[in-house]
Design a protein around this ligand. Structure first.
Ligand SMILES: C[S@@+](CC[C@H](N)C(=O)[O-])C[C@H]1O[C@@H](n2cnc3c(N)ncnc32)[C@H](O)[C@@H]1O
Length: 346
């Protein structure tokens, strides 16, 4: 491309380049070019002899074919074809499950969703599909995802803590934000334990416990047939089928038919309290229940009081060993975990 430039002797090139740079006259989008004993240095449009002389450079502006430097886009924000006044609204964080990227967009950007999706695809080679998050819905806690760019096939393999989880995030629940919590939980499990994961999804807690502890067995229950199908696939994918089993059905009906667990995981944060009674009944003396719960800042005490009343009605002695925030769930809500030690008959 023909561009304005300065033609200077090689011996003067570096000094001239520095002077141009200091005076903001160097055009950083084009490469310097060697031409025999001379070097051609690209300058910005509008550079003239008076501006050069102000910068202490005595030279004429000429024109030559110059090679443009290919800019590597820093992020999808540089590529997205949206009005400049809305660029600042483009989100900076999203969830990525395997090759599926899940993003939320403010209302102002919804009409540009396809452009945004295309930019995300172009800027991220490891992303195959870009989806818009329209919220987690219903009893099965499945995310309503709208494909905005890329492949319609959303089945993918997500790697977490060196375990592989196959799933379709549009038909099952999965949160990549719990990976640290799953490792914490696995680290608590002692050799020979029988573990029950009452709301197992595609098996992230169940398989993390099986891989990183010496649990004897892990049983997962879920109401979503796709979850149990993927749990079994994932147990095989990670060579853990000998210690991980899945049952399809309602934990509220299945758990009362079971007994003798050392540890029960309850990750159904919006309604886990409803199932705490049956969970306590199948937990052996000295065992543990890990209950996850969404707590609204203002109703924390109320939630705790409800949990205490279920614990008190269980006829068992108990102790809440840990009550801590796992992560922020929304601007006003937090996800908490309660590690409850079931001590024995009251
Ligand atoms: C919040 S997700 C957690 C899944 C998994 N533990 C994880 O960390 O990805 C809750 C799961 O509970 C399942 N579920 C909801 N109600 C249930 C019930 N009554 N019995 C068994 N599973 C249930 C849903 O299908 C969903 O997969």
């Amino acid at each position: 491309m023909e561009r304005p430039c300065l033609k200077v002797f090689k011996g003067k090139a570096e000094e001239t380049r520095k002077s141009l740079l200091n005076a903001s006259l160097l055009d950083p989008d084009f490469m310097l070019k060697v031409d025999g004993r001379f070097v051609l240095i690209p300058v910005r449009d509008g550079t003239d002899e008076s501006r050069l002389s102000e910068a202490g450079i005595r030279c004429k502006v000429t024109r030559s074919d110059m090679v443009q430097i290919k800019k590597v886009p820093r992020s999808y924000k540089d590529l997205a074809k949206v009005p400049d006044e809305l660029r600042g609204l483009l989100p900076t964080s999203f969830d990525v499950i395997g090759e599926v990227l899940i993003m939320k967009l403010p209302d102002e950007l919804l009409r540009y969703r396809e452009e945004v999706g295309k930019a995300v695809l172009d800027a991220n080679r490891h992303v195959r599909s870009v989806t818009l998050d329209r919220g987690v819905k219903g009893e099965l806690r499945v995310r309503d995802l709208e494909l905005i760019a890329g492949s319609t096939d959303l089945e993918t393999v997500h790697v977490e803590n060196n375990l592989r989880f196959k799933m379709d995030p549009s038909t099952v629940y999965f949160s990549p934000r719990l990976s640290t919590e799953r490792m914490r939980l696995a680290s608590l499990v002692r050799s020979g334990e029988m573990v029950l994961d009452m709301f197992c999804g595609v098996g992230p807690f169940a398989l993390t416990v099986a891989r990183y502890s010496e649990a004897k067995s892990v049983l997962g229950i879920d109401l979503n047939p796709d979850c149990i199908r993927f749990l079994r696939v994932n147990a095989a994918l990670n060579s853990l089928s000998d210690r991980v089993e899945g049952i399809l059905g309602d934990a509220g009906e299945i758990v009362p038919t079971l007994e003798g667990f050392n540890r029960v995981i309850m990750n159904l944060p919006h309604s886990s309290l409803e199932f705490l009674g049956p969970a306590l009944n199948v937990t052996r003396d000295g065992g543990w229940v890990h209950l996850y719960s969404i707590v609204e800042g203002s109703s924390y005490k109320e939630g705790l009081a409800r949990m205490m009343s279920v614990l008190n009605a269980s006829g068992k002695e108990w102790k809440i060993e840990t009550a801590k925030e796992v992560h922020q769930y929304s601007p006003t809500q937090h996800m908490m975990v309660f590690d409850i030690n079931v001590l024995g008959p009251a």
